[in-house]
Design a protein around this ligand. Sequence first.
Ligand code: THU
Length: 127
Amino acid sequence: MKDRELFAMAQEIVPKAYAPFSKFRVGAALLTKSGEVFTGVNVENSSYGATICAERTAFVKAVSEGHREFEAIAVATDEGEALPCGICRQFMFEFGGDLRIITSEDGDHLHIHTLKELLPGGFKLNQ
Ligand code: THU
């Protein structure tokens, strides 16, 4: 799957975000190494700290279905670019620092980072 297609899937899911408090809607599309895509949106809560970001929603969906190996995640919003927050970076790091993160300011030019670039020295317990 092309980065552009994955980003388009992230854009497509943005309207499903539940963001009545921040009004900042985010969509993510997570590509597994086996070629499946899991999407996710941010789901906010009246108890603000209980909010879950789009990236973690997508990961939780994929991991719940038995996936453990991931290629890339695209993140789109309805208001410019968003790089994953610190909690999401650590959450995703559990599954490998080589994950490619695809974002865009304008929906046209894509920006690619690896997770380990965005989270140098990420924490991981030995298994
Ligand atoms: N948010 C995400 O879903 N992903 C990001 O990469 C950045 C932040 C959400 C959390 C919250 O619902 C809203 O955006 C504003 O912080």
